[in-house]
Design a protein around this ligand. Sequence first.
Ligand SMILES: [Zn+2]
Ligand SMILES: [Zn+2]
Length: 114
Amino acid sequence: MPGKKHPHRYEHVETPIGFVWRCSLPECAHYMPQHMESFLMPGRRVMCNECSNTFILTPVKMQSIQPICDACETERLMRRRERELVSQTKSDSIKSDEANTEILEALLKEIGER
Ligand SMILES: [Zn+2]
Ligand SMILES: [Zn+2]
C-alpha cells in the first residue's frame, strides 16, 4: 500500500553529494534534488520538526537544518529568554547575599567592639 499523502517533514542532511533536503518521516523516501530546492521548496506547506503541525516554508526557515513552525520558534525563544532571566536573577540574588554578609559582618564587628 502506498504511503498516505502528507506534508513532507524536511530536514537538511549531509550526503556524499552535499547537503540535501529529505523528508524525515520513516515511511517516506522523498528528497529534493539540490538544484531544485530554491525553486520548489519556498511556499510549500511542510510539517514542523517539533510539533508536527504544518506551516509554509520560507527561505529564512530553510536556514535551519530542521525547520520548525512559528509557534515552536516563539516557544524556543521564550524558553531561552526565561533561562536568561533565571540565571540573571540568580546572579542578582548572589550579589545581594554578598551584600547581606557584608552588613552582617559589619554589625557583628560593631557588637564585638562594644
Ligand atoms: Zn514525506
Ligand atoms: Zn511546531
